[in-house]
Structures are given as C-alpha cells and as structure tokens.
Design a protein around this ligand. Structure first.
Ligand SMILES: Cc1cc2nc3c(=O)[nH]c(=O)nc-3n(C[C@H](O)[C@H](O)[C@H](O)COP(=O)(O)O)c2cc1C
Length: 150
C-alpha cells in the first residue's frame, strides 16, 4: 500500500487547503501521508508517491516556500519516482499555472514518472479549488488504475 508525501507551494493559503483536502481523501481511503509546507528534497521518502501542489505568483513565479525545492530538483536524480502534480492559477494571467508547469517539467527532467498528466485548476472557474482537486483525485486517481500501478 503506497504512502504519500504532499509537497506544497503556497503564498495565500489556497493551495494549503487543497493539500489538506487531498490528505483527507487519503485518510478516508486509509492511506498514510505527510504534508510538507517547507519542502526539502532530503526529507522526502523515495518509497512514497509525491503529490506536488503549487500555485503561481508574480509573473509566472513559484511561491517562495517551494523555491528551494525547485532549486534542488535542478540537479536531482529521481529515477522513476512516482508523482502527481496539482497546479493552481488564474487564467486571467497569460502565465497561467506557469509555476506548476515548471515543477512538472523539473520532475520529468529529474527522471521522475508522472502517474497522470499535471492537473491545473483555474481559480476563476473553481473558486473553491479544493473541491475540484478532490473530485479529480478521487474519480481519476484513487479509483483508477493509475493507483494500482504504484
Ligand atoms: C500577485 C499575484 C500574482 C499572481 N500571478 C499569477 C500568475 O502569474 N499565473 C497564474 O496562473 N496565477 C497567478 N495568480 C493567481 C494565484 O495563483 C491563485 O490566486 C492561487 O489560488 C493562489 O494560491 P495560494 O493561495 O496557494 O498562493 C496570482 C495571484 C496574485 C495575488
């Protein structure tokens, strides 16, 4: 039974709500997980599935709290590390979800394996983004073969 590391990049707290809601879904399904609000590559279990959740700020930038993790990814070797990526953003910016997209790319470059394509939530369309995140997570991941493959 896999365990999960939930890695959070957030400025205003919306992505923390998403992480908490995903953890509740995992709890309900009897999976263990830990949330990392100051993620550090050296503290993450390589035996776990990583769930990366990040918003975008500035002009397509990452939140400060996940920047160090992104820097660590530049030189990381994460051979076949399974992960999922949730991006939060606002489609009125032409840099929609650039932060999440850059993390997805960095993970792939490091050799990690995305279990599903990145899931990007537009907060204009979904003002309560954790509801959309949980809907997708439960319908598409938890009940799906992507999870059986872990
Ligand atoms: C100053 C500011 C800059 C932002 N820049 C972007 C951006 O470049 N691209 C994007 O998709 N969303 C952008 N957003 C929208 C945020 O990503 C969105 O509000 C998100 O829900 C914030 O999540 P957080 O509370 O976890 O930080 C910006 C929001 C603010 C307040």
């Amino acid at each position: 039974m896999p365990t999960f590391e939930i890695i959070v990049g957030s400025v205003l707290g919306a992505t923390e709500y998403v992480a908490d809601a995903l953890q509740s879904s995992l709890n309900k399904a009897s999976y263990e997980s830990r949330i990392h609000l100051q993620p550090d590559l050296t503290e993450l279990s390589r035996d776990a599935v990583w769930i990366i959740c990040s918003s975008t700020h500035g002009a397509g930038d990452l939140p400060d709290n996940i920047q160090a993790f992104a820097d660590q990814l530049q030189s990381a070797k994460l051979d076949a590390q399974p992960f999922l990526l949730f991006g939060l953003g606002d489609s009125s910016y032409d840099t929609f979800c650039e932060g999440g997209k850059s993390l997805y790319e960095l993970m792939n470059k490091a050799g990690a394996t995305a279990l599903l394509p990145g899931f990007y939530i537009d907060v204009l369309e979904h003002p309560i983004p954790e509801e959309e995140a949980v809907r997708w997570f439960e319908e598409v991941f938890l009940s799906n073969q992507a999870l059986q493959a872990v």
